[in-house]
Ligand binder design. Structure first.
Ligand code: NI
Length: 258
């Protein structure tokens, strides 16, 4: 049994073929998926999926790359997360790769999410790209981690160094690997995945993007998370069953799902 800890099945390319997508999940023993919100206008669709499908959970948050979108307040995030199927705050974080200029608004938005996470006790889903130093600094300043009474969370679609992974794990965060780890060119990331202990690891698709080998370049979907697990098992020389079981257990523990 596998869990896709991060997908966007509400995006049009996946939402249009949900029966097929759930069929593929069943075929590949992917029992659950977390549908991650990227902004507030689309949040009702995300929540609707979580309400309609027992094996879908959801989050609430505004992605750091979304510029032309309503800014969330702490109160709003706290209020919207008061639903039993909303298990996390995010995705949030920093991205200095896609956007340029004065990004103070992005850091403020990130702080807002961390405050909502602390208030609700719901863990954070963090996106970081070309901004690792500021991401870790703000997580520490705002007390995102278990070490400071925060709710912890996950560094999603991880592509940073071992040092960044260690700093996040020191705050009680999990590290989530996507299909990127299966790419031939991802040697450094593979070394990071080798170093991250299995009991600190989640797996995800981030679908519809970043399909793992052998589907690289195609539309990704939650059922393909099995290929990420297979790669990790081979990399770590572990039985596939152990990777499946441990990453699934980590998911339920982090998101406090009984
Ligand atoms: Ni995402």
């Amino acid at each position: 049994m596998y869990v896709d800890s991060h997908c966007h099945i509400n995006f049009p390319e996946l939402a249009a073929r949900l029966p097929e997508i759930f069929g593929k999940m069943a075929e590949n023993q992917v029992s659950h998926a977390l549908c991650v919100a990227v902004d507030l206008p689309e949040f009702p669709q995300v929540l609707d999926l979580a309400e309609r499908y027992p094996n879908v959970y959801a989050s609430v948050g505004v992605h750091p790359d979304y510029t032309d979108t309503p800014e969330p307040s702490v109160e709003q995030l706290v209020q919207l997360s008061q639903h039993p199927k909303i298990v996390a705050i995010g995705e949030t974080g920093l991205d200095y790769y896609r956007l340029e200029g004065d990004l103070e608004w992005q850091r403020e938005r990130f702080r807002t999410h961390i405050r909502a996470s602390r208030e609700t006790g719901k863990p954070l889903i963090i996106h970081t790209r070309s901004a690792a130093e500021d991401t870790i600094r703000i997580m520490q300043e705002e007390g995102a981690g278990l070490d400071k009474g925060g709710a912890g969370g996950v560094m999603h679609c991880f592509t940073e160094s071992s040092a960044v992974a260690e700093a996040a794990m020191a705050m009680g965060f999990y590290i989530s690997f996507s299909g990127i780890v299966t790419f031939k060119s991802a040697k450094e990331l593979q070394a990071v995945a080798l170093a991250v202990p299995l009991n600190k690891m989640l797996i995800e698709t981030d679908s519809p993007y970043l399909a793992p080998v052998p589907f690289r370049g195609k539309t990704n979907e939650p059922g393909y998370v099995k290929h990420v697990a297979e790669y990790i098992a081979k990399l770590k020389s572990l039985p596939l069953e152990e990777v499946a079981q441990q990453t699934t257990q980590n998911f339920f523990k982090l998101f406090k799902i009984a």
